[in-house]
Design a protein around this ligand. Structure first.
Ligand code: PLP
Length: 391
């Protein structure tokens, strides 16, 4: 029996007073001690015991001088991806960096030139836009298109047009997709890789949400796709094990030339990783926390059903995107007929904080993102409060 059962996750963890963004920053900003945070993408669960022990061990050292990643860090990363995602790569293929957003920015700078266009598929995680614009590159959009079942799909014809014309010189891809909760099939990824290869466009693939995929869906890393030999995969233990505050991620690329360019840019930016606590926690997370993660996925699946049922029964005008992956629900509220500001204000007045759809670009207008990574009692209370606005 898995000790990480429903009761374990129901208990959650009190994060108030830890200076965390989700609770404390929100309370400082809103001045509302009754607000329930269902926004920024981390979870209200304790990190796995093995991670806590690793951190306690690092804290007990009593001195914390310069420390560099060692073989064991890379072996833990490789072992995890081989075991959990059937994705095999060599320790030499990986570079460590402070966080995934840093890796996005570094990859953009390393693999494209100023003024180049980078293709993205909005609505998409806000820093995708910022990583491009703030690096002096251009955002080229090929929006996802929703089908009758509410699932979001790529528009391959449009993507090809933008690559063929030279308007886009590289692709920044999100797999699984945040906020659309979409898991890409092997066929879709192969088609994407083929396009990138045909037009010699670097492919940078953010796979930070890879661990949150609900069966029968399966995560296929871009590294397992034939023809994606020079693709760059970005990953981290941060979301999965609730250690985002420690800041560590990995960049994996089998192509030595491409990897070399990224490594050089990392050094140029001073984005070198070697935080003792992050290294210790990540090593433990990758090695010793499978049972915790399996328990978490079962629990999140329950939250997904709870939220979807509630929405189906109480929110007739809200369209819920089917969630194949992530603990982030993307809700289409356009039929409520409220402006975005009005929608967000009313939700705040109901004492719930969610993410504004506009954080994901103009295509997110009329949408909100609801974080369901919390104990079920908290989720139920937030859903009940949202009835006043969405019902
Ligand atoms: C797609 C995606 N990439 C990156 C991040 C952030 O990663 P990091 O904290 O390692 O920068 C997030 C966080 O929500 C995300 O959703």
């Amino acid at each position: 029996m898995n000790t990480f059962d429903e009761a374990y996750f129901d208990a959650g963890i009190n994060r108030i007073g830890t200076n965390c963004a989700k609770w404390d920053e929100m309370r400082r900003e809103t001045g509302d001690p009754d607000m329930i945070p269902m926004w920024v993408a981390d979870m209200d669960f304790p990190s796995p015991p093995a991670v806590q022990q690793a951190l306690a061990g690092a804290a007990a050292q009593g001195t914390w001088g310069y420390t560099h990643p060692c073989d064991e860090d890379f072996e833990a990363l490789c072992g995890y991806w081989a075991r959990r995602h059937q994705t095999v790569f060599d320790p030499e293929d990986a570079l460590l960096s402070p966080c995934v957003v840093t890796s996005l920015r570094i990859s953009v700078r390393a693999l494209t030139a100023e003024g180049d266009g980078l293709l993205i598929n909005p609505p998409i995680y806000g820093p995708f836009f910022a990583s491009i614009k703030e690096s002096g590159r251009r955002v080229v959009e090929s929006p996802l298109v929703q089908d009758e079942d509410g699932r979001w799909n790529l528009n391959f014809a449009e993507m090809e047009e933008k690559l063929a014309s030279g308007e886009a010189k590289a692709v920044l891809f999100c797999s699984p997709h945040n906020p659309c909760g979409r898991v890409w099939t092997k066929e879709e990824l192969s088609a994407l890789a083929a396009l990138c290869s045909k037009y010699h466009a670097p492919l940078i693939c953010d796979e930070i949400h890879a661990d949150f995929v609900y069966a029968p869906a399966v995560h296929h890393s871009i590294l397992t796709v034939p023809g994606a030999d020079s693709a760059v995969m970005l990953c981290a233990a941060s979301k999965t094990f609730n250690i985002a505050g420690l800041q560590q991620s990995a960049v994996v690329c089998r192509d030595a030339e491409v990897r070399g360019k990224i490594g050089k840019e990392m050094i140029a930016c001073g984005a070198v990783s070697g935080n003792i606590f992050a290294l210790a926690a990540t090593r433990a997370a990758y090695r010793d926390c499978d049972a915790w993660l399996d328990g978490l996925l079962t629990y999140l699946r329950g939250n997904r059903e709870t939220a979807a049922e509630h929405a189906a029964q109480r929110w007739p005008k809200v369209r819920v995107t089917p969630l194949d992956a992530t603990y982030l629900m993307w809700l289409d509220c356009r039929a409520l007929g409220l402006g975005q500001e009005e929608l967000m204000n009313r939700i705040l007045q109901a004492h719930v904080k969610v993410n504004d759809g506009l954080f994901f670009g103009e295509r997110g207008r009329g949408f909100i993102r609801l974080n369901i990574g919390c104990p079920r009692a908290q989720l139920r209370e937030a859903l009940k409060r949202l009835d006043a606005v969405l019902g």
